[in-house]
Design a protein around this ligand. Structure first.
Ligand code: BES
Ligand code: ZN
Ligand code: ZN
Length: 494
């Protein structure tokens, strides 16, 4: 896979291949008439004779008599064609280009392919698909030949607006891929300290970013009881990462982004059994999505202050582990009976929510977490569930979801669900003794730690954070879900 994809303007070295976009069940688009003549009419003939070449993501390659390479990229039928289809097709394309070892191509969009979008958005979505499709996690492969091969793919488009969009999309994909790389990094490497060091490294890239790590005795003095308890049984000590973007002009608004960063979730003493533990390195994906957005923040230049909080811990087993029946007291006065040490995410998120509410004067808080297996049962892999009782924030999130293609579906947060979380021996418990509405229980629990007056949204990304099979433009593994959603949100946040 190419290590980098660069937009190339017209006038640079000629491309090795031209890519045409084609809808299933249609004739070669009239926009390609000149090209078709240059190729002796073979493009139109090919499309006629091979009806499958319009299938979504299908790439049909042919060389004309001058050994010019033509690639017809299928967009699927014109009816359901949308941004998801374009991203998917672009994901397939980048893998074909890699197979053909092409490093300079020109994509020639037809008016039909661009119709549902503006030109800038067409370029952006194409860039996202190409960038996401090129992700390849080889950090732990020993294949030296591959490691030595550094390649750049130059992508030409015929207009400046398209190229601007392409550059934008590629940047967003790069941020998501950064989150994916960290998410895929195994738990014996990606410890809380490793994530903290990574946040510090990010902060060094811009004078407007500031990073503080709360650890050791600071956890006690700040009363971050969730982190202290959940992280206690691991040799990899817990910490709260605080990474702040300060805009050039004094900000009036503050947006807080919280990401669950459990570097490994064994379940603790309520141990995960029957191999359900495998894959729990992805329990840090919420935090990595937030870091991904912070990776892009200096380019996005939001006018508000943005504070990223990553409560990072490893949920482990040892003789000093926290236990079911323990009761914790949070600094907002709420006591929590631990009924299940595997419902650890909400305990560390509660720390971050209280910290944000009491110390950061937030205008809004958004948390992302791989919180419950139940959300996978409810919504599967294509949509994250979210809870938000504030109209304005809801509208902002839904339009960011629409634009980024990272889908959200709203779930209910009724008083009855909050009631479910009341415990006999403490104010609340971290998991009710009934199996009802697990994902909602998580949200209901968290609501006890946010000031009512602060607009807040909780996004459960357990289903969307990683895939177990290829699903273009994603390959099996982490998706970086949330990074592009948050980038879109930051762009539009005034
Ligand atoms: N990290 C898990 C949630 C999860 C499960 C993510 C499967 C991805 C795939 C979380 O900490 C957890 O264990 N949740 C429990 C909650 C229960 C104990 C209330 C769950 O979902 O079963
Ligand atoms: Zn758990
Ligand atoms: Zn977890």
């Amino acid at each position: 896979m190419p290590d980098r994809i660069r937009p190339a303007s017209p006038g640079t070295r000629p491309p090795e291949a031209f890519v045409l976009l084609h809808h299933a069940g249609t004739r070669l688009h009239a926009d390609y008439a000149t090209m078709n003549r240059r190729a002796d009419g073979r493009l139109a003939r090919l499309v006629r004779q091979q009806p499958r070449c319009g299938d979504l993501g299908q790439t049909t390659v042919f060389y004309d008599h001058d050994q010019r390479c033509w690639i017809i990229l299928g967009l699927g039928p014109a009816g359901p064609y949308d941004d998801h289809a374009l991203r998917r097709a672009a994901g397939h394309l980048v893998r074909t280009l890699d197979r053909l070892a092409l490093s300079r191509v020109e994509i020639v969009p037809s008016t039909a392919a661009m119709r549902p979008f503006g030109r800038h958005d067409f370029g952006r979505i194409l860039g996202e698909g190409l960038g996401l499709g090129a992700f390849d996690f080889r950090d732990f492969k020993s294949d030296k030949n591959h490691a030595a091969r550094r390649s750049v793919l130059h992508v030409r488009l015929p207009a400046a607006t398209l190229l601007d969009g392409l550059a934008d999309g590629l940047e967003r994909a790069e941020a998501a891929n950064y989150a994916r790389r960290l998410s895929a990094t195994p738990p014996n490497v990606a410890t809380p300290a490793y994530i903290a060091a990574e946040a510090r490294r990010l902060a060094r890239r811009s004078p407007r970013l500031r990073c503080t790590i709360h650890r050791g005795s600071a956890l006690r003095s700040l009363k971050l009881v969730g982190l202290e308890n959940v992280g206690r049984a691991s040799r990899n000590a817990p910490c709260l990462v605080e990474l702040t973007w300060n805009p050039p002009r004094r900000a009036r608004k503050t947006l807080v982004l919280i990401g669950k960063t459990i570097t490994y979730d064994t379940g603790g003493l309520s141990l995960k059994i029957n191999n359900t533990m495998k894959g729990m390195k992805y329990d840090k994906c919420g935090g990595m999505a937030v870091l991904g957005a912070m990776h892009a923040v200096a380019r996005v230049q939001p006018r508000c202050r943005v504070v990223a909080l990553l409560p990072a811990a490893e949920n482990f087993v040892a003789d000093n582990a926290y236990r079911p029946d323990d009761i914790l007291r949070y600094p907002n006065g709420v006591s929590v009976e631990v009924t299940n040490t595997d419902a650890e995410g909400r305990l560390v998120l509660a720390d971050a929510l209280v910290y944000a509410s009491q110390r950061l004067e937030p205008d809004a808080i958004i948390d992302l977490a791989t919180l419950t297996g139940g959300i996978i049962v409810a919504l599967g892999r294509f949509t994250a569930g979210y809870w938000c009782e504030n109209q304005t924030l809801r509208r902002r999130l839904e339009s960011a979801a629409e634009a980024s293609g990272e889908r959200l579906w709203r779930m209910p947060l009724l008083p009855e669900y909050r009631e479910l979380m009341k415990s006999r021996h403490a104010d609340v418990w971290n998991s009710a003794p009934v199996r009802d509405a697990h994902p909602v229980q998580g949200a209901a629990f968290l609501s006890y730690f946010v000031d009512d007056a602060i607009p807040w949204a909780h996004i459960d990304i357990a289903g969307t954070a990683n895939f177990d099979r290829d699903q273009m433009p994603f390959t099996a593994g982490p998706t970086g879900f949330g990074t592009r959603l948050l980038i879109e949100l930051l762009r539009t946040w005034s």
